[in-house]
Write a protein of this length. Sequence first.
Length: 109
Amino acid sequence: MVATLSPALFDQVEEALKDVVDPELGVNVVDLGLIYDLGWDDENNALIISMTLTSAGCPLTDVLEEQTAEALDGIVEAFRINWVWMPPWGPERITDDGRDMMRAIGFAI
């Protein structure tokens, strides 16, 4: 069963995941709106990250999983990424900070 994270752990994980940068766009996965949900698997004592990609055919899942492991080191013992495709990602999910970052690197958004 997946439980809700405590507010403190949620904030810590979300902040750490800002170090995980989409290699194609150069913006972190949190501000891109790629993180759909964070939960806790009590049975396996692991963080569950429901995450999507900007496109279903993206070949960079391994890179993102490695970055996630590095970002969460010392915060959680174990995690699992649950790749989610529905609803599909769209630019409306990008945060205001993410939009500022994308404009700074030349995207017209």
